[in-house]
Design a binder for this molecule. Sequence first.
Ligand SMILES: [Zn+2]
Length: 319
Amino acid sequence: MSASWKTVALDVHRRLTTPWRAWMRHWLLGQRRMPIILLFYHRVADREPVPWSLTNRQFAAHVDWLEKHFEMISLEEAQRRIIAGENCRPAVHVTFDDGYAENCDAALPMLIERGIACTYFVTLENVLTGRPFAHDAQVGKRFPVNTIGQLRQLSARGVEIGAHTRTHPDLGQIAEPRRLIDEVVTARRELEDNLAAPVRYFAFPFGMPRNLNGAVVRLARAAGLKAVCSAYGGYNFPGGDGFHLQRCHGDPELPRLKNALTLDPRQVARRPVKAASPPSLEEKMFELLSQETGPLAEADSQPEETDDALATLSPIETP
Ligand SMILES: [Zn+2]
């Protein structure tokens, strides 16, 4: 389907579902169960566009629209409302993945200036070495990576720095316990040491259902991380899973973003995917972990993830 036909189809879909959306909004507000939407972005820059980038003008248009229609909250507050089971207003939190230096040119200063909280997930090896991301190299690009100095400055100005592994692997394909511990636990600790600040949240690279790993979810919880984030779409309903937080793509095309964030029935139907892993892997992993660090107490206050099938919408795949 060409882009223009997709736009027409989306417009038809939005118009046909407008009465349902209005009714659903009214009902959810009455129930104090408005979903909380977490957005993810990667790179905001005006040169050399790639599918995972927006221009500064596009990003500013997003933020203008979001500020007008949503309460902009922190990830901690988002999680608090999900766990508390109550949210009375449409609310959004903004996140970024990977660690692109160009985000410091205008996008992040704008968020900081407007007092908008954001969480910034970075891949440790790239920010320590300055080596460009592999997914950029695959399309012939070498975009600059944030330095630890930049991340410290962002942290000092209130940006929540999160962990995004050491090497940005597909964690859904890794069944080697030592590697998982290194990518999730050790890399997070090294990031904390470099920042001289706590790192409380983790985002799966790629973040589609097949890139998740149940052993990592358990490991993150045991290591004291507050939440893990996926990236295949879906809203976070109050009373839902407060540890696996779902994120929606900050689609560069504003009409698509507006459609996705205004109670699109397809997003409403989507529920957290249960991240599975072989029990033998988890046993081995925790055995190794306790040898290295001593037993870790697992916070077990969150409900299990639900196992609903994915809705029919095909999310855009990003790094
Ligand atoms: Zn990534």
